[in-house]
Design a protein around this ligand. Sequence first.
Ligand SMILES: [Fe+2]
Ligand SMILES: [Fe+2]
Length: 195
Amino acid sequence: MGDATEDRRKAATYPEGDVLGVLYAQHARIRDLFTEVREAAGAERSELFAELRALLVAHETAEEMIVRPVVTDNGGKAVADARNAEEAEATEVLDELDGLEPTDADFDKLLASLEKSVDAHAEAEETAEFPLIERSCDEERRLGMGRMFQVVETIAPTRPHPSTAGSPVAQYAVGPIASLVDHARDAVSKVLPGQ
Ligand SMILES: [Fe+2]
Ligand SMILES: [Fe+2]
């Protein structure tokens, strides 16, 4: 199981705004949110899950559109294709989970299986994909990708809230997963170069 503290430690080893630091920090927040959803109950659980799904969709969509083309262009096509396939699979589980109430017994089972696959996926990115980006992109390029990646914050703020009660999940973020994915794709396409 990946470790949020270790991800934050690694995030801090990169210059401010470097896409690799941003990615490690988002992985840490995703891992924390899985723990928080698992441990919460009632309305708090629903709100935390809404936050988790919004962040997962925004993070994976931004990776797919900002990171994967760079990985592919630098000799990592097989790596990029494998990561995209894992993300597509996770989105399917997320969609299934979305049809259940957080109080449903199956919700816990499916949440555990999603956590396991997202964890393995994040590990695969950190070990197979991040080193490739580090080798093939200079700091200026990584800062540029990091700036594009800030779009995730406009979809799903990654800072924990002082109180989870009334956390500001935007209205679109509570819609179906498919509309959340569409919203994320629109937002990311606006920050891509040449748009
Ligand atoms: Fe990913
Ligand atoms: Fe990731």
